[in-house]
Design a protein around this ligand. Sequence first.
Ligand SMILES: [Zn+2]
Length: 279
Amino acid sequence: MKKLIISIFIISFFVLSFFCGNNDENLNASGKDSTKNAKEDIGKISEERNIPAGLKKLFLAYPDYIDSVDENHLYWKDGTKMIYDDGRQKTFEDRLNDPDLEDMMWQEYTAGKEYEIPEKDFDPGRIRFEPFFLKIYGSSASEVRGNLTTIQWMPKSTKSKVSVMKLNDVDLQLKAVSDELDKLPENLKKYVTKTAGTFYWRKIAGTNRLSTHSFGIAIDINTDYSDYWLWDKKMKYKNRIPLEIVEIFERYGFIWGGKWYHYDTMHFEYRPELLVSPD
Ligand SMILES: [Zn+2]
């Protein structure tokens, strides 16, 4: 009898792990069916070739735009291609100011409530290869503006609207975030009912780099509870945003600036490539 119980226990464990494993397979920030096909494709490709994990992640996260990848290239559906690794040795500042796709995928973003206080210059997602975003979302302010749509922000709790990118389903993902935030208890809502901007075509202060707000794929939440490295002379990491909120954004493909050494805790941006698993 004892043996039978133990056997049932072991079998249940394996059955459960199998189903949980399958859920992980669907760990796709964008939640699109096409990613499943992309995963099968990349499985085939990587069996024979040595494809960098970062390149695989890009391929999996943007199935509507990327046709295929090889060892060092990304091929867009419009027939153009981009080099992944330009092969140059770079300092952190070089990577930030003159990155390639490899630099963009260099630091790994950790999803979830558990994360380390970022070490010096650990800014996963803050290095961005601009041509990548210009290609998907629009190459000028007016082109991006033409690709924006408006959504009701937390309709059960506010009357406000936000403007957001409609390409790549960013609007649907943000709407899903908004619906979940709307269900939060009142004490958590104060961090998010008031927002501080989505689309704004601009260079990041003091740099030559476009902010992701330029593409309508970023949102800043309530600045009353936010901390930003440039506001802080000592630049000592701090955060007042509850991680429950961060997890909701991450579930739909948005990374959080609160996990950067150059912390920006009001800031979320749609970067599914940093949240997708390459395996
Ligand atoms: Zn921001």
